[in-house]
Design a protein. Structure first.
Length: 345
């Protein structure tokens, strides 16, 4: 394990680029002083921000590039225009070359996935990478994947997601055998399409010692914390994520309007202020920011594009923790165990 965790940042990624990335890195550095940073992007913009954070400047190296991947670029366009010379590509390249342990970007999701897959390639036994995120639930946190890296998937892909998700949950939550559920339209074994039913049968038959498969989980089970790991193909997973984010914002608006509707409500808020503060912190999207791109031969973290500095810092924290917990080695070992089980069966 390296003495320092080396983090490559796409400093131009996201809605505003360096003005969020650099302050976010500074916040994360305070929490993890054994970090050092490689920042890729417009050196003028980056250095203007670094001047405000002497400790971060001391722990950073800036690599200038004139090319930035737009949030609206199609993955194919991003590969053609930004391959080998964009801030996003160079951050990923630093991981491939061993100059960084993890790359973090708030840039275009499709472009990041395309570049990471093209440049780092997938692990043996993994057909497609996935985006995994930490989801706040009624009983703590769960790992949910795939959140939109790809659409659809056969039984082998869903089983691979279960294996990778359980590895992430074990290192994040300190669990020896995380519970795993497949997101489905019902909990009965006869529900759902053919591939998800096949995946369920395979997970039961394999009985992997590193995870505890509990069966199907319906949509309301995600927020209830029905399992430590919830597995879905990317289309359904992304819809679930966006629906939950929208509902959280809607609930916050409802509460805000209700508390301001009358003087009695305002007085009531004063008495319940600590409870509302706790609720606000629980629903804060900043604290669940940072999706891991799992299944690659390198660590890459995707941050929301419209996040603030505190939120970006949480994405950097995720990358730091995954390096310190040696996530790649754990996933590789579990995937090989999965392959061996599939060969036997």
């Amino acid at each position: 394990m390296p003495q320092k965790v080396r983090i490559a940042l796409d400093a131009m990624g996201g809605d505003v680029g360096a003005s969020v990335v650099v302050p976010g890195a500074a916040i994360s550095l305070k929490r993890h002083p054994d970090s050092e940073f490689l920042l890729f992007g417009d050196s003028k913009q980056i250095n203007e921000q670094l001047a405000k954070y002497p400790a971060l400047k001391k722990a950073s190296r800036v690599v200038h590039t004139d090319v930035t991947i737009s949030m609206h670029d199609k993955p194919s366009q991003a590969l053609r225009r930004g391959r080998k010379n964009s801030s996003m590509w160079l951050a990923i390249d630093a991981v491939k070359k061993g100059e960084a342990d993890v790359a973090v970007s708030a840039g275009n999701t499709g472009a990041l996935m395309a570049m990471a897959r093209f440049h780092l390639h997938t692990m043996p036994g993994i057909d497609r990478p996935a985006i995994a995120g930490v989801w706040p639930t009624a009983r703590g946190d769960s790992v949910v994947l795939d959140l939109g890296a790809s659409i659809g998937g056969d039984a082998h892909h869903l089983v691979s997601l279960a294996v990778m998700g359980s590895a992430m949950a074990s290192v994040l939550f300190g669990l020896k055998r995380p519970t795993v559920g497949l997101l489905n339209i019902g909990v009965e074994e006869v529900k759902g399409g053919e591939e998800i039913r096949k995946a369920s049968e395979q997970l039961r038959a394999m009985n992997l010692p590193e995870l505890d498969y509990i069966g199907f989980v319906e949509g309301d089970g995600i927020g209830a914390g029905a399992a430590d790991v919830i597995v879905s193909e990317g289309f359904s997973g992304n819809i679930a994520l966006k629906s939950a984010e929208g509902t959280a914002r809607q609930m916050a608006d409802f509460l805000r309007n209700a508390m301001a509707s009358s003087w009695q409500s305002k007085i009531g808020y004063l008495f319940a202020r600590s409870a509302f503060k706790a609720l606000r912190e629980k629903l804060d999207p900043n604290k669940s920011n940072g999706g891991m791109l799992l299944g690659l031969k390198g660590l890459v973290v995707k941050s929301h594009g419209g996040i603030n500095a505190e939120g970006f810092a949480y994405a950097v924290d995720v990358g730091y923790e995954m390096v310190r917990c040696d996530l790649l080695t754990k996933i590789s070992a579990l995937v090989q165990a999965q392959i061996a089980q599939e060969v036997v069966s």
